[in-house]
Design a protein around this ligand. Structure first.
Ligand code: SF4
Ligand code: SF4
Length: 444
């Protein structure tokens, strides 16, 4: 009879025990390493411009590129790609994101650890004090540590939406007047309340991602499942005690609170391994163990049916479209309007001038030179000084200048179509805008 199919409790009482099964993967250790990595990424992202929304300047930073809010195609493809990543993660890997990478879970677990550490520290500081005094000191240390951490976390979080140096200045000035300063203060307070009162309760009550899971998951999604065909459970309840979400996985794998962290897998393996039995809880795909080495790699990675292949294909398509949109974007945007307060001006030397208003917006993170000239108008002069002009990183500029043409030329009409061109020193990229040059009637 195999290890797995021995009758109930018989294996536990046997005189000659089977050799201990190999230790399984330590999911908690793996999770803590991933938490540290995610925390470092969370800290670094706003300072690297890899992913940040600058609300005051109405810009989005994506992969180092500075994108204006008005650049619809790039933002559309980026949003669609992000939505498909979220959906694909939920369909294929269930709530693995919640337990391994979500900042809410990372800081909730961290705050629980800090609370334990504070209680121990209070015990060491007041070895002879009463239980009440130790408890009050432990609580005080915990709240002080959380208050300091909340300022740091709220700063990092707000830096995703307000430029970090600007935010630091507001923080140092205790700015509680401007929108940016007030937002930072409110986020700090919410962070403090979240990680002292809510923690993992947030995941099962407020977080919309947890609810979306219910719609997206199917029988092929990654689950944590309890299977005990040989009635080997010794009812130690360790799997329940370690569960931060407060559930009993033995009641079924489709409990919405389960974030698929794997802590109960470790707990059960740890208990049963001592008596020579494999754990009863495991990750599984649609009823089969997730670690099954006999399956091809793509099935082990969760690509198990046509629906998942289609989702991956759509994700790749949006990613490619995003790459093409970013690559094809113009480094400097130009908007041109004719200033029609006067249709034209006759200069003292007889030449004709039309006034235009030009808006330039740099999408680059470095200075760029922009040269302006006019096509389709013989003998034309651009009254812009200096030309080329220099735009700073991400700078927008409005300039009004004259386009000056000779008094007449062969083929001149009252309305003359012209094209105003700009060329930037970045990749010599050029852009143009069409407009009409107005000449006086009956000039001949
Ligand atoms: S049941 Fe297990 S996998 Fe699910 S949340 Fe609790 S400890 Fe984590
Ligand atoms: S840890 Fe394993 S043996 Fe203990 S109660 Fe849970 S499932 Fe049963």
């Amino acid at each position: 009879m195999s290890e797995a199919t021995r009758p109930a409790r018989h294996w536990l009482l046997a005189e000659k025990r089977a050799p201990l099964p190999p230790a399984g993967k330590d999911h908690l250790k793996l999770r803590k390493r991933v938490h540290l990595l995610c925390f470092l990424v969370f800290l670094a992202l706003p300072f690297t411009n890899l992913m940040r929304v600058d609300i005051p300047r109405q810009r989005v930073f994506l992969g180092g590129a500075e994108i204006l809010i008005s650049e619809f195609s790039i933002l559309f493809f980026a949003t669609m790609f992000a939505m498909f990543v979220v959906a694909a993660m939920a369909i294929v890997y269930g709530r693995i994101y919640c337990s391994y990478a979500c900042p809410q879970m990372i800081f909730s677990e961290w705050s629980v650890s800090v609370e334990r550490w504070a209680a121990n520290a209070a015990g060491r500081l007041l070895p002879r004090g009463g239980a009440g005094a130790r408890k009050a000191l432990g609580r005080g240390i915990f709240l002080a540590a959380l208050a300091a951490a909340s300022v740091v976390l709220a700063f990092i979080f707000t830096a995703y939406f307000v430029e970090p140096r600007d935010l630091l200045h507001r923080l140092l000035r205790f700015d509680l007047v401007t929108v940016g300063g007030l937002t930072g203060a409110v986020v700090t307070l919410l962070t403090f309340l979240d990680f002292t009162l809510l923690r993992q309760k947030f995941c099962t009550t407020i977080c919309p991602y947890g609810y979306i899971q219910g719609f997206l998951q199917d029988r092929q999604s990654l689950l944590v499942e309890y299977r005990d065909p040989s009635a080997a459970c010794i009812e130690c309840n360790k799997c329940v005690r370690v569960c931060e979400m407060g559930i009993d996985i033995r009641k079924g794998p489709f409990q919405i609170e389960c974030v698929h962290c794997g802590d109960c897998i470790d707990a059960c393996e740890d208990v049963l391994r001592r008596v020579g039995h494999p754990g009863l809880i495991s990750y599984s795909w649609g009823g089969g163990k997730a670690q099954d080495r006999g399956e091809p790699w793509y099935r082990r990675w969760g690509i198990r049916d046509a629906k998942r292949v289609a989702i991956l294909a759509v994700m790749v398509a949006y990613l490619c479209a995003l790459g093409v949109a970013i690559h094809g974007r113009k480094p400097v945007l130009m908007r041109l309007n004719s200033d029609r307060t006067t249709l034209f001006t006759r200069l003292p030397d007889g030449r004709i001038a039309n006034r235009v208003r030009m808006n330039l917006a740099s999408r680059l993170s470095r200075p760029v030179e922009v040269k302006v000239w006019v096509e389709r108008l013989p003998g034309v002069q651009v009254g812009l000084d200096p030309n080329p002009l220099t735009l700073g990183p991400g700078q927008t500029l409005e300039r009004t200048f004259d386009i000056i043409a000779p008094a007449t030329w062969p083929g001149a009409q009252e309305l003359n179509p012209i094209r105003v061109m700009i060329q930037s020193s970045d990749r010599n990229a050029s852009d143009g805008a069409d407009m009409m040059f107005i000449m006086p009637a009956g000039r001949n």
